[in-house]
Write a protein that binds this ligand. Structure first.
Ligand SMILES: NC(=O)CCC(=O)C(=O)O
Length: 278
């Protein structure tokens, strides 16, 4: 029995509700071995519990953390280790995974990249962070992505942004205009900007009338203190689940039909006048 309800429309089975599990973890900067081992343990713990998730969400740069000085030697070559581990996990447990982001070594440089896998373990999307965060020196060590990240999870149109990307509302709006109903946001966002994090995430949900699912890290590293507060926000802007500042698994079930309902109540997309301000 699948964990979510489905509407059958020929072969196109559309999920109505999705069960989400967000792995809010303390990442050891500069230690991919330890981070892979811990993440694999956490993922197994999540699916072994009573709450059977449809989608697992992992945080930003979970393989290396912000060990940017050594990122070239630490990053996962072409993301191969990440892909092998997560794809096998999806196949084994028939779950989808938004595999946070990992530092990935490519011929041109190191990217901060999300891989998304469906229930069969097939990679269905890849997105590399397009806005690099100067305050944490990303621009000196990482290569920016050049395209947006969209995909479908169990028939639900979705998209991804990474951390600092949420400060760019025009990207979220473009993804929503393209049909996204859930926005996934892996992050590694530190104090003292908790109020920015909460406000920006809620604003992206309210203005685009979509779910926002953000998975942050916790712990201290490189002089930064990552505060957690992973969140699941509905299209009305209500926070339906929020973690504290400790390692945890944040679980929530979302009803996708709420997107249509909210978009029907306040028809923001129909009322836009882009010819006046774009
Ligand atoms: N890892 C990041 O992109 C951090 C972004 C951040 O902290 C911000 O304030 O923006």
């Amino acid at each position: 029995m699948r964990a979510f309800s489905l509407i059958d429309s020929g072969d196109d089975r559309v999920a109505h509700s999705l069960r989400l599990a967000l792995i809010q973890m303390n990442i050891e900067a500069g230690n991919p071995e330890s981070n892979f081992a811990k993440m694999e343990r956490r993922m197994e713990e999540v699916v072994a519990g009573e709450f059977k998730p449809d989608v697992l969400v992992l945080p930003e740069m979970w393989n290396t953390g912000y060990a940017l000085d050594r990122i070239g030697e630490l990053a996962d070559p072409r993301g191969e280790r990440t892909k092998a581990v997560v794809s096998a996990f999806c196949r084994k447990h028939s779950v989808t995974v938004v595999a946070g982001s990992v530092a990935e070594k490519r011929a041109e440089g190191v990217t901060n990249t999300i891989h998304v896998f469906d229930r069969s373990g097939t990679e269905i999307a890849e997105y590399s962070k397009i806005h690099l965060f100067r305050l944490m020196n990303e621009h000196q060590h990482l290569l920016a992505g050049e395209r947006e990240g969209r995909f479908e999870l169990d028939g639900v149109p979705a998209a991804a942004m990474i951390c600092y990307d949420i400060r760019f509302p025009e990207l979220a709006r473009k993804l929503a205009l393209g049909g996204a109903q859930i926005l996934f946001v892996p992050a590694e966002w530190p104090h003292p900007r908790l109020h920015h994090w909460r406000t920006l995430l809620q604003a992206r949900a309210i203005e685009n009338q979509m779910f926002v699912v953000s998975c942050n890290t916790v712990g201290e590293s490189g002089g930064s203190s990552f505060f957690g507060h992973s969140m699941v926000i509905d299209p009305w802007g209500e926070v339906i689940a929020e973690a504290g500042e400790e390692e945890t698994i944040l679980r929530a079930e979302i009803d996708i039909s709420l997107v249509e309902e909210v978009r029907g109540r306040i028809p923001v997309f129909e009322d836009r006048r882009p010819n006046l301000y774009l």
